[in-house]
Ligand binder design. Structure first.
Ligand code: BGC
Length: 414
């Protein structure tokens, strides 16, 4: 017989999106340029995405109706500051209205200031290798917070600050020297008016200098947000994997944890929380990543179906930082929605284990609210609780959305 587990009062139950992946036509961003050079590695451009820029009212109402009490979305720097130093009041007003709509529906907005995309002008002036970027980022955060701060519930400065280190460490991108010779890289740099060597978009900012710049940008952003009327919790989010050692892989696994996780986690003193984003586990052999273990189910992304990674990463993040955790992303790309329910059920089981041990977890955010633009993989992977028709933009609620929404509403699980 099952019993009901009650979550602590006040937990945020939400879903997440990112501007570029759902809004549509983010034309002033660097990723838009990457998507459109003839040699692009992106399988398709983002186009109208989910047209969330225009449909946010009904989208947010739908999330509230499903039972969620928070919504994590990002505001787009490339729209707010389309030219250096020129801030668009119309765009700020747009995001202000999104925040207003959240509050009208009893939804706490979790706002991310940077989710992978950057303004073209920033990248054209050195991007995430430029020592001026932290100041520029802080100035944008300050302006945005002055305009929006009274309505923000929780703020994340930078999404997955460690993503470039992870991409490099796992060999998902070639080393810089090789990368700079690739046709799409050269074409994008040219389109932005810089040399291939100076082209440094966020996802490929892999040098140790870039890591410093990203972490400095975070620190400066926290100060800027707090001084500009930011009276809400501020933190960063990290892509945390449950890194396990395969046979003989202990040393390499330790190195991976250090480069991908610890460098970042150890620098977060003074933040109000850490945003844990977890999807799967990885195993390391002596030379690097091992392929998925035989017999383990794979997700649409090719990751192992491993929801237990969430518990492991929450425990790891708290042990390292002693900060409260908000699960800012956790999810699965699957065509079979019953697998999504099973994935979330097991992930939440991990959350309850942590809570039972007295760990401070303030929220659970499923990635993603909608089937949306999965970067270079286009629209094929479907992470959403809500499907989106690519022609008509019609939203269809999946059973997993109702299932998780009911847990959110009840603040409890059977
Ligand atoms: C990112 C999202 C992405 C998701 C699924 C995270 O790394 O923050 O933008 O869509 O994972 O791959």
């Amino acid at each position: 017989m099952s019993t009901k587990y009650e979550f602590p009062k006040g937990i945020l139950w939400g879903t997440a999106t990112a501007a570029h992946q759902v809004e549509g036509n983010n034309i002033n961003s660097d990723v838009w340029v990457m998507e459109h050079v003839p040699e692009t590695p992106y399988v398709e451009p983002s186009g109208d995405a989910c047209d969330h820029y225009h449909r946010y009212r009904s989208d947010i109402a739908l999330l509230a109706e499903l039972g969620f009490n928070s919504y994590r979305f990002s505001i787009e720097w490339a729209r707010i500051e389309p030219e250096q130093g020129k801030f668009s009041l119309a765009v700020l007003e747009h995001y202000r209205d999104m925040l207003r709509v959240c509050h009208e529906h009893g939804i706490t907005p979790i706002v991310t200031y940077h989710h992978f995309t950057s303004p073209r002008w920033l990248i054209a002036s050195g991007g995430w290798e430029s020592p001026q970027t932290p100041d520029r980022f802080a100035r944008y955060c300050e302006r945005a917070t002055q305009y929006l701060g009274d309505l923000i519930g929780v703020a994340c400065t930078i999404n997955e600050a460690n993503i470039a280190s992870l991409i490099m460490e796992w060999g998902f991108a070639p080393p810089p020297r090789q990368l700079h010779k690739e046709a799409w890289w050269k074409a994008t740099a040219k389109a932005l008016g810089i040399s291939p060597r100076r082209f440094s978009p966020f996802l490929y900012a892999t040098s140790s200098k870039a890591t410093d710049i990203i972490l400095t940008a975070h620190r400066r952003a926290v100060e800027a947000i707090k001084s500009a009327a930011g009276n809400f919790p501020v933190g960063i989010t990290l892509a945390l994997q449950d890194i396990q050692a395969g046979e003989g892989g202990e040393k390499r696994a330790a190195r991976m944890s250090k480069v991908i996780n610890d460098v970042y986690l150890d620098s977060l003193g003074g933040d109000d929380f850490v945003g844990v984003q977890s999807y799967s586990r990885v195993r390391s052999g002596p030379q690097g990543l091992l392929p998925p273990e035989e017999g383990v189910e794979l997700t649409q992304m090719g990751y192992e179906f491993w929801p237990e990674a969430l518990e492991a990463t929450i425990r790891y993040a708290i042990a390292r930082t002693n900060l409260p955790v908000i699960v800012t992303e956790n999810g699965i790309a699957a065509t079979d929605d019953t697998r999504r329910v099973e994935y979330i059920r097991r992930a939440l089981n991990g959350v309850t284990n942590c809570l039972n041990d007295g760990l401070d977890i303030r929220g659970y955010t499923y990635w993603s609210a909608f089937d949306n633009y999965e970067w270079s993989l286009g629209y094929r992977p479907t992470f959403g609780l809500i499907a989106v028709d690519r022609e008509t933009q019609e939203r269809t609620v999946k059973p997993s959305a109702r299932w998780l929404g009911n847990i959110a509403r009840a603040n409890g699980i059977e």
